[in-house]
Design a protein around this ligand. Sequence first.
Ligand code: OGA
Ligand code: NI
Length: 348
Amino acid sequence: MGISRKGRNLVGKFYKIPDAVGDWSRETLAREVVGGRNLEVIDFSKLDGKERAKTLAQIAHCCEEWGFFQLVNHGIPEELLEKVKKVASECYKLEREENFKNSMPVKLLNELVEKKSEDKLENLDWEDVFLLSDENENEWPTKIPGFNETMKEYRDELKKLAIKVMEVMDENLGLPKGYIKKAFNGAEEEDNAVFGTKVSHYPPCPHPEKLTGLRAHTDAGGVILLFQDDEVKGLQILKDGEWIDVQPMKNSIVINTGDQIEVLSNGRYKSVWHRVFASTDGNRRSIASFYNPSLKATIEPAQELAEKTDKLAVDPIYPKFVFGDYMSVYTVQKFLPKEPRFKAVNAK
Ligand code: OGA
Ligand code: NI
């Protein structure tokens, strides 16, 4: 179903947001969800055949216009994906659910409801989350048979996929193969980039009108690969001032680009606002893996893409900075617009 003509006119008349006001106003003024527009689905296997050029162009279009796309035939074995879903859900049930029931969001929401307050909860997320990385393996869940082996195998596969996706971006941006990966790994040849996996659940919420599952934000890092729930939806992205649902699609991987890809591409690929809504039923599982720069890596627009004017500008939009400094700013400003973050690291 498309947006009706009438709906479009309304968007134009009352909600069209001038470009100059920036992302934050766009986010706050955005209409509530307009259905009917879906992310483009890319058949990644076609990169290896005679449709390579067409597939590259499709991906370029998604990166330039959407900041998000959905991959199928991405090469991750179905069997592995099924195991990942199983161990992640078992882990939630066995090791997380009880804690979530006693968590701050649940307590604060109960309080609001008991007081019959009209207020909303603005500064928290209705999300259970834990992080897997190479550095914290000794803290990975321990009670679920097969959890560690499965997630290790999954992370290996996803890291390879992230590298392939970055190479496609290199090619589409006219950069040497491996450019983005190298930039994220810092000057040295070593494997310094950070590859993390965030395992999230968005449990059913009795009053979803009072809070969000995950507040609107753009992602700080590089390339994000999201394995979202087969059935329960919740993720929305901001496109042309409207929140659009990212429809669940069994065993597909949703790709999006973070703030560092925006900087590196000198704004050709924008990192896009997204959020997760809470809902009364369904416990949405979502596993986000991210290929981020090393905290020591210096990030700046690729020379090939930085225009001369940028170099001469007193206050370029995309500065040169150390990613660790960016993360210090992001940690406190995650749910705010990205532009002040770029300014803050520029001033360092
Ligand atoms: C994130 C994110 C979306 C999701 O973790 O940054 O946007 O569906 N997650 O969990
Ligand atoms: Ni995100």
